[in-house]
Design a protein around this ligand. Structure first.
Ligand code: MTE
Ligand code: MO
Length: 494
């Protein structure tokens, strides 16, 4: 058989997903591991997966995870993908096979089983809407979002980048470091030490910056990230102490904040041993109204393992990524967090920037959230009961940066007319220091004989900012901050 023909057959098979990723390709040459390992630079970059050898040099600049991939140069990507389980999709395996150049010698294929890594994951409520299992990412179901102002802990959405670390409250230490002029001073605090600061409670929603990404993907074009619907937001009553109090106690100067940052580090680690980390501006950490909390309790109970047991930062009004879980270190620094989660994600880009043109270092990090809202019931495609000529529409609204939702508007006719929704549950905090979500309801009139309805919702916050109508102009490569009007269509049951 001539080799060209074999190739054609194989490529055809890949398209039909008949070739298992990393399976043998008898038509291609065999390489030893030491040969593969030489190709670990930008100029020639090879990786392996099971039996597959791939030359991904051309792919490097467009890797959504940025330079993180460089750690896998000349090696198997499997241990990395065990941690970043979002790679294990047909789409990624298919893409990988397009870079296939050969087979790894039988003797060099290593079993990178990931079972041990994930053996200690906590038990989870079966009602959560799971988007990915490893790492675990799951949404609060919409009917449960509106059923409680404070989302029950077991139904609070979960967003992990890595396996959940197991930490002991009794021995946990938070290291607070202050870097100044090339010097660093540190102090360790046990949870008991932290308890000596004034205790506070804060009602705050956490919203993943990627909430509603799936609508953006559908309306415009696919962006990289977890395919969240509207369930990557939940609300809780957090208890703990204010970060501001602890930093002031450590001698941080409130009048010397310009250009400084507070770096939060979690105990969870990636495949290279790097801890999860991100940062916020020091000014935000010290502003009394910013209400940044070191939280040990959630809705009156100890933090569950999925939500950061025994200690997490709660940076209300910011994208939830800044609310670092399993918090083990806080560093006041002249620099932002150098981690790739901070440098290569949660930054703001315009709709025309693509992966090739993205300048991450020059793009503003996202420290606040825009106003948004969503319908939770009726859900898209559902049947909704009509009572007294009206259909009950319910949902949530939220705004970042301490702004309070002051209005929610609902249109039953594509924006020609608008009804005012009524808030059913809201927090009493003043605008400027308001961080909870608002639940709302609206009885929408139904025309006689009408059997279907498309409803639009938009919210306005205390800064008088409101939502854009469509995703087209706010699409971005990371698929974050998708706050266009929420539009749902449902059947009417008379
Ligand atoms: N240590 C650590 N903190 C983290 C994360 C993480 O993976 N590790 N994920 C962040 C992101 S992106 C989000 S959206 C929130 C989710 O918080 P939750 O799981 O309690 O809902 O946690 C943030 N804090
Ligand atoms: Mo997130």
């Amino acid at each position: 058989m001539d080799s060209k023909k074999v190739n054609t057959v194989k490529v055809h098979k890949i398209e039909n997903l008949k070739l298992e990723a990393g399976g043998m390709r008898p038509d291609l040459p065999t390489f030893r591991a030491d040969e593969v390992s030489k190709h670990d630079t930008n100029g020639s970059f090879w990786v392996t997966y099971k039996h597959g050898v791939y030359d991904i040099t051309k792919f490097l600049p467009s890797h959504p995870g940025g330079e993180q991939i460089l750690n896998a140069g000349g090696l198997s990507v499997e241990p990395f993908w065990n941690v970043y389980g979002n790679h294990k999709t047909e789409e990624v395996f298919e893409l990988l096979e397009t870079f296939r150049i050969g087979n790894l010698h039988d003797d060099d294929v290593v079993d990178h089983s990931d079972e041990e890594l994930w053996a200690k994951e906590p038990a989870r409520d079966a009602r959560l809407l799971v988007r990915t299992r490893r790492p675990f990412n799951a949404e609060t179901p919409p009917q449960h979002q509106i059923a409680h102002f404070d989302t029950p802990n077991e139904l609070f959405f979960v967003r992990q980048h890595m396996p959940v670390p197991e930490l002991e409250a009794s021995s946990h230490k938070l290291r607070i470091s202050i870097e100044q002029g090339g010097r660093s001073t540190s102090r360790d605090f046990s949870l008991e030490d932290l308890d000596k600061f004034p205790q506070s409670q804060l009602s705050a929603a956490l919203m993943c910056a990627g909430n509603r990404r799936s609508e953006m993907n559908k309306e415009v074009k696919p962006a990289k990230g977890v395919g969240w619907s509207g369930g990557a937001v939940s609300n809780a009553l957090w208890s703990g102490v204010y970060l501001r109090d602890v930093l002031l106690h450590c001698g941080v100067d409130v009048d010397d904040v310009e250009g400084k940052h507070v770096i939060f580090q979690g105990s969870d680690v990636d495949a290279t041993g790097a801890n999860f980390s991100t940062s916020i501006p020091l000014a935000q950490a010290l502003a009394a109204d910013a209400r940044v909390l070191l939280a040990t309790r959630m809705n009156g109970r100890a933090l569950p393992p999925d939500h950061g047991r025994p200690l997490r930062a709660v940076v209300p009004g910011a994208p939830a990524v800044r609310s670092v879980k399993w918090l083990e270190a806080v560093t006041v620094s002249e620099r932002e967090s150098p981690s790739h989660w901070h440098q290569k994600d949660y930054r703001s880009f315009n709709a025309s920037v693509d992966w090739a043109s993205a300048d991450f270092a020059g793009a503003p990090p996202v420290y606040g959230m825009p106003v948004t809202s969503a319908v939770c019931e009726p859900q898209n495609g559902a049947r909704a009961p009509v009572r007294g000529g009206r259909v009950l529409v319910r949902g949530y609204a939220y705004s970042g940066g301490g702004a309070k939702v002051v209005r929610v508007d609902v249109s039953p006719d594509g924006g020609r007319t608008w009804l005012a929704a009524r808030p059913t549950h809201a927090a009493g905090d003043s605008p400027g220091r308001h961080y909870a979500w608002t639940l709302w309801a609206c009885e929408v009139p139904v025309q006689p004989g009408q059997d279907e309805m498309e409803v639009w919702v938009k919210a306005t916050d205390s800064n008088m900012n409101t939502q854009p109508e469509r995703f087209a102009h706010i699409w971005n490569i990371r698929g974050i901050l998708g706050n266009a009007y929420h539009k749902v269509t449902f059947k009417l049951q008379h």
